[in-house]
Design a protein around this ligand. Structure first.
Ligand code: DMJ
Length: 932
């Protein structure tokens, strides 16, 4: 292991050559064990690895080829409708569209992936296309963060590999830094965003008009996310060092300095959003996922790339706080920055899956293995990582936009441990992508991991990151045409050469705060971790960490606020938990009163809780009351979601779809309940009249089929009766509102007509216009279109997985039919799962406190506690244990480690509680409005 700046790494154990990414002045603490593993999971043969690597190449070709053929020069491919996504031509999806700048985003984001995947010729073509076609001067408002990581990063990654290839002497001989010139042009376009007193950038900028001018249509924002302001330094510093124009690195450093200044001084944590003018934290919850993630990543990687110790000092300070408060192995749970022992959520988001990879880079392997294992079990349960999942591993937000973070962590863990287990994990990821996300025209994001339905979306990061990490996972050194260890991955997996650390260094210290010297750095880990400690001569080290977590997801018990209970281990009675509360229990009412919580019976039978901290018996009771109210709001919002019917799936099973296209559908409150019965399969036919509001004039056409009916002009139930009378076996109502889509409108359930609807026996589903037109287009093109109506998509035909066209249409249809009918035996299992995770809307609805300070309403049915949830927690074996016993067994209190928190014994003045209290409520209200 090379030493850097006198900071050497520990001595290696035999057989595991330590591996480092080494910048001239910076050592990166990553150990690698690429030699053959001798125990634990079965080693994977070179042939099998090559087979999987080839599969990744084929999948990339399918994604990239379809983008280039059907979408380019648009920013992204819409894989269900097989066309380009052009901003302004599609209904707005809100913030997520801010990544689209009409600059052929997917092509630029894919540039360096082409070289990693050994597609040098295609890279050369792609660079020519970028130079010929891409315009960076469009009148479009884009996200500064996304444009930086995807476009600036993409151009710089492309440039880095272009010069590498040119130097090798075969390819890119004509290249004359053109991509770098484009990057510089884009860099200058982003600079006006930094025109704030804080130096934090505005979140958006108009590529043509900049900011603030009337034509710019942006510049009035006051807030940005921490990751948005703190994820610039790698690209901006690389741009400065490549070009000699120091301004970019200076601006990015200034933004980082400001964030560091604003960290919460006692917890050393940062919030999720910050006011770019005042520097006040707007959201004071703090985690390692959405909104903050890559800020931490860039501190550590800036140290690696730039060799500047101050970045490592900052990273280590934050990391210490993360491990103290947020890390609750194997979970990573958001907390409040002012009260870091108080969890801010009972769910986690998918973006945090990058964190084990970062921990590997830091050299902290154990928690990386633990969290990764937990995430893998969630994936095994749902095929993909849902956008958010609860601490008892139920789906919270059901989408999955083919995010690469888990593949990234898998790659880094394999590099660090050499454990073939991680190759098997990668193999599962490949299988799931092909089985559930692959559609004839690319790969489609999952709209809902529970139903298996798709969204017409293939984000550019799928090509920039997913294929890169999966390919590298299975590649041996000789499979890549350059040395990957000479580069660092940006957050979008773009490659920047480590030699930049010694180029144009003179700018590195300008405009930085001098505060680091004041820090107590005695605890800093200046040396790379000793591999003997990481792998204490035990080839089964990683396995031994995973083993106790084997069943942590399946056998989980609700948790998330356990730490509060743990802090009462000393014998004091644990506080009243929201889930245990019963409005009829006098003892509970007494506790409520002590906590300053009053209970109001509303006219409609619901009960409202209101807290006035000032009326609490003591400051401790006031804090208990605050926590109780927060729990109650979250519980109530969760229960509201669970009372809704789950979405359903319409799966097109006939040629050429073969079950690969799955549309998300709204259920009906009447007719056959697909979650309780076998799915319904049949060919589709349009009803006449199309609105289905009177007796059908074409009963022969719909008899024994699934009738398509247009929404409007009469009740849903009336339509259902008319098609049922005509002999239809099911119905699909298609929205009459042209252009509507489940991507942009919340799905809903079709209500009955207020009368008895027991006479309706057939299943009825609702499709928005865009999803409906996929079926209507298919009829136009293929005439015979067969669909499956179900609560969860059934397995695709495995025979079809690797073929685009069937050898014989009939054979394929038969195979498809067999597959689907055999999979129907699984319905019962599916039933269990979906009834446990039922929610129609995947975004949470937050309860806003009425006109009172802090209020939550619960309906009478919600007042009883769930006995299965009572007093349970999860141990590392995933078994449920009695919390009371645990509380007795444990003697230490956690408050020792946290001087700010007065749980249990210490008394905090009521004034200070009241001051913090309003902030907490604000933070809580914002908490659920997360944007991923
Ligand atoms: C990518 O664009 C980047 O990894 C970013 O940092 C956050 N996540 C997306 C993909 O999920």
């Amino acid at each position: 292991m090379s030493e850097a700046g006198g900071r050497g790494c520990g001595s290696p154990v035999p057989q595991r050559a330590p591996w480092s990414l080494v910048a001239a002045t910076a050592a990166i603490c990553l150990v690698s064990a690429t030699s053959v593993w001798t125990a634990g999971a079965e080693p994977m043969s070179r042939e099998e690895k090559q087979k999987l690597g080839n599969q990744v190449l084929e999948m990339f070709d399918h994604a990239y080829g379809n983008y280039m053929e059907h979408a380019y020069p648009a920013d992204e491919l819409m894989p269900l409708t097989c066309r380009g996504r052009v901003r302004g031509q599609e209904p707005s999806r809100g913030d997520v569209d801010d990544a689209l700048g009409k600059f052929s985003l997917t092509l630029i984001d894919s540039l360096d992936t082409l070289v990693v995947l050994n597609k040098t010729k295609e890279f050369e073509d792609a660079v020519r296309k970028v130079l010929r076609d891409v315009n960076l001067d469009n009148d479009v408002v884009v996200s500064v963060f996304e444009t930086n990581i995807r476009v600036l990063g993409g151009l710089l990654g492309g440039h880095s590999l272009a010069i590498m290839l040119k130097e090798k002497g075969e390819y890119m001989q004509w290249y004359n830094d053109e991509l770098l010139q484009m990057a510089k042009q884009l860099g200058y376009k982003l600079l006006p965003a930094f025109n704030t007193t804080s130096g934090l950038p505005y979140p958006r900028i108009n590529l043509k008009f900049g900011i603030r001018k009337p034509e710019a249509r942006t510049g009035t924002e006051t807030d940005t996310c921490t990751a948005c302001a703190g994820t610039l330094i790698l690209e901006f510093a690389a741009l400065s060092r490549f070009t000699g124009a120091t301004i970019f690195e200076e601006y990015a450093r200034k933004a980082l300095d400001f964030l560091w200044e604003k960290r919460q001084r006692s917890s050393n944590l940062v919030g999720v959003t910050i006011n770019i003018h005042t520097g006040d934290w707007v959201r004071k919850d703090s985690g390692v996922g959405a909104g903050i993630d890559s800020y931490y990543e860039y501190l550590l990687k800036a140290y690696v790339l730039l060799g500047d110790d101050s970045f490592l000092e900052r990273f280590n300070t934050h990391y210490d706080a993360i491990m103290r408060y947020i890390s609750q192995p194997p979970l990573l749970l958001d907390v409040h920055i002012h009260k870091p022992m108080l969890n801010a959520r009972t769910w986690m988001d998918a973006l945090l899956a990058f964190f084990p990879g970062l921990q590997v880079l830091k050299g902290d392997i154990r928690p990386a293995i633990e969290t990764h294992e937990m995430l893998y079990q969630v994936i095994k349960k749902h095929n993909f990582l849902p956008e958010a999942f609860t601490t008892d591993f139920r789906v919270h937000w059901a989408q999955h936009p083919l995010r690469p973070e888990f593949a990234e962590s898998t790659y880094f863990l394999y590099k660090a441990t050499g454990d073939p287990y991680y190759l098997e994990v990668g193999k599962t990821l490949i299988e799931n992508l092909n089985k559930y996300a692959r559609v004839p025209c690319g790969f489609a994001a999952m709209k809902d991991v529970r139903t298996g339905s798709h969204e017409d979306r293939m984000d550019s990061f799928f090509l920039a990151e997913m294929f890169k990490y999966l390919y590298l996972l299975f590649a041996d050194k000789e499979d890549i045409i350059f040395d990957i260890e000479d580069y660092i991955f940006t957050t979008e997996a773009h490659l920047l050469p480590l030699w930049l650390s010694t180029t144009n260094q003179s700018i590195s210290k300008k405009n930085t705060t001098s505060e680091y010297t004041e820090l107590d750095d005695s605890n800093f880990d200046w040396t790379c971790p000793n591999t003997q400690i990481l792998f204490p001569n035990d080839p089964l080290y990683a396995q031994s960490i995973r083993e106790p977590l084997k069943n942590v997801v399946d056998k989980s018990c609700p948790r998330g606020i356990i730490r509060v209970e743990e802090s009462f281990r000393s014998g004091a009675k644990p506080p009243l938990r929201a889930r245990d509360f019963m409005a009829t229990n006098p003892e509970h009412l007494e506790i409520l009163k002590k906590m300053g919580v009053s209970l109001i019976h509303l006219k409609d039978g619901r009960v409202q809780l209101v807290q006035h901290a000032i009326q609490a018996a003591s400051s401790i009771d006031a804090e208990d009351g605050l926590r109780f109210m927060q729990e109650m709001i979250e519980l109530s919002s969760q229960q509201q979601k669970e009372q809704q019917l789950p979405p359903r799936a319409v799966q097109i099973v006939s040629h050429p779809f073969f079950g690969r296209v799955v549309l998300t559908a709204g259920p009906a409150q009447f007719g056959l309940d697909l979650s309780k019965h076998k799915e319904t399969r049949g060919f589709v036919a349009s009803s006449k009249p199309y609105n289905g509001c009177s007796e059908l004039t074409n009963p022969e056409a719909v008899m024994g089929k699934i009738a398509l009916i247009q929404r409007g002009q009469c009740m849903f139930a009336e339509k259902a009766r008319n098609i049922q009378n005509a002999g239809a076996i099911g119905g699909i109502v298609i929205d009459d509102n042209e252009g509507s889509s489940s991507d942009t409108a919340p799905l809903f359930q079709m209500a009955g007509d207020g009368k008895d609807t027991d006479d309706i026996k057939i299943p009825m589903l609702f499709l928005f216009s865009k999803e409906g037109s996929i079926i209507l287009d298919a009829i136009r093109e293929y005439e015979e279109v067969e669909v499956l109506l179900s609560d969860k998509a059934k397995d695709r035909d495995p025979e079809m997985e690797n073929e685009e066209q069937p050898s014989s249409e009939n054979d394929s249809q038969n195979q498809s039919a067999e597959q689907i009918s055999s999979s129907s035996q699984e319905v019962d299992l599916v039933d269990q799962e979906s009834s446990e995770e039922n929610s129609l809307n995947s975004h949470p609805e937050s309860l806003s406190p009425a006109d009172m300070d802090n209020a939550a309403s619960i309906s009478p049915s919600e007042q009883t506690s769930n006995p299965t949830e009572n007093h349970e927690t999860t141990n590392l074996n995933g078994e449920c244990t009695d919390l009371d016993n645990q509380l007795q067994e444990q003697s230490e209190t956690e408050e020792d480690s946290n001087p700010n928190v007065s749980w249990g014994k210490k008394v905090q003045p009521i004034d200070s509680i009241l001051a913090d209290w309003n902030e907490d409520i604000e933070a809580f209200e914002m908490m659920e409005k997360d944007e991923l």
